[in-house]
Ligand binder design. Structure first.
Ligand code: CTP
Length: 422
């Protein structure tokens, strides 16, 4: 494994060395598992670390957190912990365990297990490899299920025949990894996947787990291809029988991808922006308000997410036509767009084909949205205006004038309120 590990960024190499030292000090063998060995071999650059420990994962995490001087989040119920190294790097630490599924699609009964049992409970061979971390021991790939061969052959393969029955979210995961790496689902796995879809196993998944998988899918590089694969292989009836994406939806998804790239490039310091939410809102546009609300509630989306998704329904042709007008003034553009989240604005730019409206949206984000008045209620008070709803009205007028360019600085603003007050 050394040839793969040596190309890692220094921060990750250091982390691995320190984790190895902790493993030796507290005498608990530890391994890198899950997506990390897979992406290491593939040369992908996604470095979130998953460590599994033979012994006590939480104790290991406490020791490593101390060594790294970082904070630790314990998930006592699951016997796991997460170290937050920085905003783009985290380490998940667990104890090796085995899982037994008492019935289809329900949560497994978990008990301590060996490394081999821990690997066997996983979804696909390519995700069931481990790299030994313990300092002093050779850093070898532990590959009981021939995951490396499947990586080389580009194959997604489950570990046992009941895999999709145990955990039907693996249906979505198989499609996601297939599409992400341009792999093939191995024939027997594909056959079992189709049978699992046909028997309605996806309907049995807990809504929150379904939400997480859908979100992961929509965060992938090409959500249009992801959606098409999912629809072709599994259909979307597990979300709603009425969801039947047509060519227009895929075209819209591709347009959203372009607009999101533009947004990320142009506004790298934007506030919170949920990429997946734009796609999800676009998908639900096909449905009625009642149907959309039902899905949003069933998947357990937050109130904030619900508000953003439902606000996207106001983006209709009439709204778009108003924004396409060359005559519309900056203050009108501001008033039209201000109520919307960034996600809704990006969806709007993706739906609109017209360069005028795209320019209006860019100006809103670039200019209008950051305009601030230099005057305030204090200036009105000094002019003898008694506090009340009038203040907001006057300030709004001045703000509109500022956006439209008829006032440019504090002096102009003061002159204008003087005129209005008179
Ligand atoms: N896993 C599993 N079955 C699931 C979810 C996860 O077996 N339903 C196991 C897999 O071994 C997986 C690991 O847990 O590799 C970590 O899961 P996750 O972080 O969801 O996925 P990654 O493989 O790391 O993929 P990604 O690159 O999308 O983060």
């Amino acid at each position: 494994m050394e040839k793969y590990l040596k190309n890692l960024p220094p921060e990750i190499k250091n982390l691995i060395v320190l984790a190895g030292e902790v493993s030796r000090e507290i005498k608990m063998p530890a391994y890198l598992v899950g997506g990390f060995p897979r992406d290491l071999i593939l040369g992908a650059k996604d470095w979130d670390l998953d460590i599994t420990v033979e012994g006590n994962g939480i104790k290991f995490a406490e020791n490593l957190a101390k060594k790294l001087n970082v904070s630790l989040v314990r998930h006592e119920r699951f016997g796991t912990a997460t170290l937050i190294i920085n905003h783009c790097l985290k380490v998940d630490i667990a104890t090796t365990r085995k899982e037994v599924y008492p019935s289809c699609a329900c949560l497994p009964v978990v008990s301590p297990g060996t490394l081999k049992e821990d690997l066997f409970r996983r979804d696909f061979t390519i995700n069931a490899m481990a790299v030994n971390l313990t300092a002093g021991a050779a850093r070898k790939l532990i590959d009981v299920f021939c995951g490396k061969d499947d990586l080389a052959a580009g194959k997604i393969r489950i570990l046992h025949d009941l895999s999709f029955k145990d955990d039907p979210t693996r249906i979505l995961r198989a499609i996601r990894f297939k599409q992400r790496y341009n792999f093939k689902i191995e024939p027997k796995t594909l056959c079992l996947l189709k049978a699992a879809v046909k028997s309605g196993l996806l309907d049995k998944v807990h809504p929150h787990r379904m939400r997480d998988e859908l979100v992961s899918m929509l965060k992938e590089k090409d959500p249009s291809a992801q959606l098409k694969q999912l629809y072709d292989l599994g259909g979307l009836s597990f979300i709603s029988n009425s969801l039947k994406p047509d060519r227009q939806v895929y075209v819209l998804f591709r347009s959203i991808s372009k607009e999101i790239s533009w947004f990320m490039r142009s506004f790298p310091f934007h506030g919170s922006f949920e990429v997946w939410l734009v796609y999800f809102a676009a998908l639900l546009r096909q449905l009625s308000l009642v149907q959309s609300k039902r899905i949003i509630r069933r998947l357990g989306l937050s109130k904030q997410e619900e508000k953003k998704i439902l606000s996207c329904r106001q983006i209709n042709q009439r709204f778009i036509r108003r924004l396409e007008s060359k005559q519309i003034r900056p203050a009108q553009v501001f008033n039209l767009l201000k109520p919307f989240s960034y996600e809704a604005i990006i969806l709007l730019r993706s739906i609109s084909r017209d360069s005028v409206s795209k320019k209006h949206i860019a100006d809103f984000l670039n200019i209008y949205n950051s305009v601030r008045l230099s005057i305030s209620g204090d200036d009105l008070y000094r002019l003898g205006v008694l506090p009340g709803p009038k203040y907001q009205k006057i300030l709004n007028k001045v703000f509109a004038a500022r956006l439209n360019g008829s006032v440019k600085n504090r002096q102009d603003e003061l002159a204008l309120i003087g005129k209005i007050v008179k």
